[in-house]
Every structure is written in C-alpha cells, then in structure tokens.
Write a protein that binds this ligand. Structure first.
Ligand code: G3P
Length: 201
C-alpha cells in the first residue's frame, strides 16, 4: 500500500511538471500564462512561442501521461487497470499542478499520452478522431471537445468498464477546462490554427 501511495504521488508530480511555463520562462523570458489564450499547453505555446517550443511542450506533456500510466508496469504493481488510476493522477496533476497553485493546462496532450500508455489500439483510434477533426475545423479546442466524446462512446466497444468510467471523467474534465474556448466557439471568435479547411475557407 505504501508503494502504491508513493507511486501515485509520483504520478501526480510527473503530471504537475509545468512544461509550458518553464520552457517560456527559461528560453524565451516570457510567462506563457500572460499571452494568447493564457493556457500553458501545446496549442498556446505554438501560438505564442513558435513551433520549436510548441513541439517540445507537446512531447514532454504527452510523455508525462505515458510515463505515469506505465508506472504500475515498470514497478510490477497490481493489474493493468492500475494504469488508469496512475494516468488519471498525471492528468489531474497537469490540470491542477502543485507547482502552479493548483492551476494548469487543459489536459489534452497528457490525455493523449495516457491513452498511448494504456492501450495502443485505443490510442490509434482516438488519433483517427482527432487529426481529421483538426484538419477540418482548424480548432484544437473543438477537435479536443468532440474527440473526447467519441473516445467515451468508443470505449464501450473495448469491453473495459474502467476505461469507460475514466473516459467519462475525461469528458467532464476536458469540457470544463475548455469553458472559455466553448464561449469563443459559440461567438465565432475561437483561435484557428493556420491549416485545416475552416481556416482557408
Ligand atoms: O490543448 C488545449 C487546446 O484544446 C486549446 O488550447 O490555447 O487554444 O485554449 P488554447
């Protein structure tokens, strides 16, 4: 039980690692939270600091999810479903970081990393939702919001009730963390990425 508790704290701390804020402050002398959408994630880093910083933030935030999800495998702890709990701890860490006064990101990249760590096939399916949505809508937020619903629905086909519960929690978390994006989508002022059909239309 002690090993479980310690590793769970570790998963939360991994998720809490504030990549976007650190990359901005260390390499660009900018606090990403004061620019663009004020978010610390991949999308806003691309927007404010450019593709190099955006790629680094994406990879690290993504890998945080994969690493935390894999902790039970690495340390021979419990069955496969423990991975869900550790993935959830990392995602919550990212969204409510101990290093950022319990504020944080919108959980998209870390969720993607978690999906890869938990089930490669399910991750592949989810990528098949997200990428076309992004190429059509030109909105990372809209693609994330729709994808997480499709993730929840498709989880039923994997006959893994724990995965379905986790996906349901992710719907709530991701829709909640995107509430300002939802307002912008509804009034037609959401930020677009410079590729995708909608941007050029
Ligand atoms: O990854 C978060 C994304 O869905 C939206 O980011 O910066 O446009 O609010 P942003």
């Amino acid at each position: 039980a002690i090993k479980f508790a310690l590793l769970l704290i570790l998963a939360y701390l991994i998720g809490s690692f504030p990549t976007g804020v650190l990359v901005g402050k260390l390499f660009y002398h900018k606090d990403i939270r004061e620019y663009g959408s004020h978010n610390i994630g991949t999308t806003n880093t691309f927007r404010v600091l450019g593709p190099k910083a955006g790629t680094i933030v994406f990879l690290v935030d993504f890998f945080k999810g994969t690493l935390a999800t894999s902790l039970p495998v690495i340390f021979h702890l419990g069955d496969h479903h423990y991975c869900l709990v550790f993935g959830a701890a990392a995602i919550l860490g990212h969204a409510f970081s101990i290093f950022l006064k319990f504020r944080g990101g919108k959980a998209v990249a870390t969720t993607a990393g978690f999906l890869l760590g938990y089930n490669v096939k399910f991750f592949g399916l989810c990528a098949c939702f997200f990428i076309p949505l992004l190429l059509i809508t030109s909105m990372v937020s809209m693609s994330s919001l729709i994808s997480v619903i499709l993730i929840f629905i498709s989880s039923f086909f994997f006959h893994d009730s724990f995965l379905t519960i986790m996906s349901g929690v992710l719907v709530i978390l991701i829709w909640w963390s995107h509430r300002t994006n939802i307002k912008r989508i509804l009034n037609g002022s959401e930020n677009l990425v410079p590729f995708g059909l909608y941007y050029w239309y």
